[in-house]
Ligand binder design. Sequence first.
Ligand SMILES: [Zn+2]
Length: 449
Amino acid sequence: MKFRYVRKVATLGLALSLTVGYTQSIASAESKANLENKLDNIKNQQSNNQEKIDSSKEKLSENNKKQNSLIHKLDESQKKIDSINKNIQGKEQDIDAEKQKIKKLEDEIKVITKRINERNEFLKKRIRSMYINGGSVNYIEVIMGSNSFGNFLDRVLALNLIAEQDRQILTDQQNDKKKQESKKQAYQKELTSLEDNLANLKTLKANLDEEKQNQKKLLTQLKAEENDIHDDIMDKQEQEKVLQSQQSIIKNQLAALVKEEEAKKKAEAERQAKERAAVEAAKSAKQSTASHSSSPSISHTQSPAVSHSDPVPSVNADFIKPAAGYISSGFGHRSFDGGFHPGIDIANSIGTPIHAAASGVVSNAYHSSSYGNVVMIAHSVNGKTYTTVYAHMTSYSVSTGQTVSQGQVIGSMGNTGESFGSHLHFELYIGPWTPPPHNGSVNPLNYIH
Ligand SMILES: [Zn+2]
């Protein structure tokens, strides 16, 4: 949100500067060099933008690759989780079945135990009735009471047989019970192992769930990053659109300027032709009357060197001194620090008015950290473009695009920016202003009245 807001404001600012540029354009207020400089700036910004868009697009494709691989991984995690869930279900069913088997065995064991107890009870009763209250008083009596020895033997044998049978039945039942109990133990062992298995599966599933959550989180992050990159690209593309419209306006301005210059040249040629004709006419008139001839020489050309290291011996007096005061620092290489001073310093008190050194158009009026409050004016003198710079002002009273005439007050002297004490730092360039090392700067004293 914030991002988009900033973008809108930036676009508005650019659009505003466009309209300002447009209203001043046709009046040929800006020099060709200035316009070409602006075009260069735009081209730089465009290639800068393109580089950023390219790198953003690279980031985007990397981001998409990561997202795709993550989606694939998430898919695999889900498959694993599904299969484990199935496994868990199977194990739980197995455990239920095992528990049912154990329950059945326990019921059976209960029945057998009951039978054994009953048998025991029955045997005790029988023995009691046989030996204690079997009609006769006791065993001896039973034996002694027999009518004959054969009868006695029969009785003993019968007793033994019955006892033997009872014992056999009891032993069988007890064996049965033992068998069932060992079966139950085996089932219990199986159950324990199944339950161990289930616990392991559940741990595995928990780990997979966590892994999946992490993958989801990462995917969300990547999606957010993708949105940011998209915003970035859109922002740069919007800037590009603004730059393109700016470019076409400046190109139109340049074309208009060229047309105007051509028209001027044509007018000048016509004027010169007329003048020549007049001179010829005068000559022939003079020749017919007097004997000595004179040819007018109006050329006063001079070509100052563009590099500031070259000496500029010739003096052009088209500029005036921009402020009253004494020259506290001259132009050129300074002996005390070996640095290069691209202008002159005129010292006076704060508030001393500062005047445009020549007529022109304000190409810049802004606050710079080094220049402080600074005004730059583009001049066209004798078909040549110059730029003057007025730095460290307390304040300025002109704005970019404004036309000023020679001597007009543009601000007041001050101590803003990288300045120590109230003074005007004044620079003069042949052509446009340039950043350090300030190519094109010349000694203003060679151009001032
Ligand atoms: Zn200075």
